[in-house]
Design a protein around this ligand. Sequence first.
Ligand SMILES: O=C(O)[C@H](O)COP(=O)(O)O
Length: 229
Amino acid sequence: MNKKVVLIRHGESLWNKLNKFTGWTDIELSEKGILEAVNAAYKLSNQNFIFDIAYTSYLKRAIHTLWIILKKINHSWIPVNKTWKLNERHYGALQGLNKDTTALQYGEKEVYLWRRSFIAIPPKVQLSSKFFPGNDVKYLHVNPNILPTSESLQCTQNRVIPYWKKIITKTLKQNKRILIVAHGNSLRALIKYLNKIDDEKVVNLDIPTGHPIIYEFDENFKPLQYYFL
Ligand SMILES: O=C(O)[C@H](O)COP(=O)(O)O
């Protein structure tokens, strides 16, 4: 039987609602985002999903989405691994800005490339900025030299995939049933890698908030396909 990993982008956050670039800014779920998490839980429990372990980021919109799901599906007991490696892409100096206003300022094309291309890196934050993770207590244990000042999708992939390969696939190979709650771009980076999506085609990959994605692997853990539940 195919092995399944469930991937979910967190529910809508307050800044998704306001159409602001969020990145590593730690923003709460909106009311709609909470409902999206509850709906995701219903979908999973209707299909009798069982999980042995969960992975999420250091950001509360993902952590709280996971908590809501685990509570609703009566899985609060399972181990949860949190890692900054699954964080959203760092949006650099765009964090906190409105997406439409930024498109007016820099041009639609530039902003589209920052948001959807594989290699474009948005303008960076200064090391003194409150948006630099080195100034955030959550990342004090991390060498500041490896913390981002801005990230392309490629930079995001460069931290997501080693974590996938070293940590998550190890538990997959132990036949553990895995739930991952992460972010639009950390999940795009993972799906691009698993599905071998070309750099040019990844612009079309967009992940909605709060919808469980089932990723299937064959018995040799080869990625097969994914679909929305
Ligand atoms: O960080 C953000 O602003 C969003 O969560 C993802 O943004 P995007 O839609 O520009 O990828």
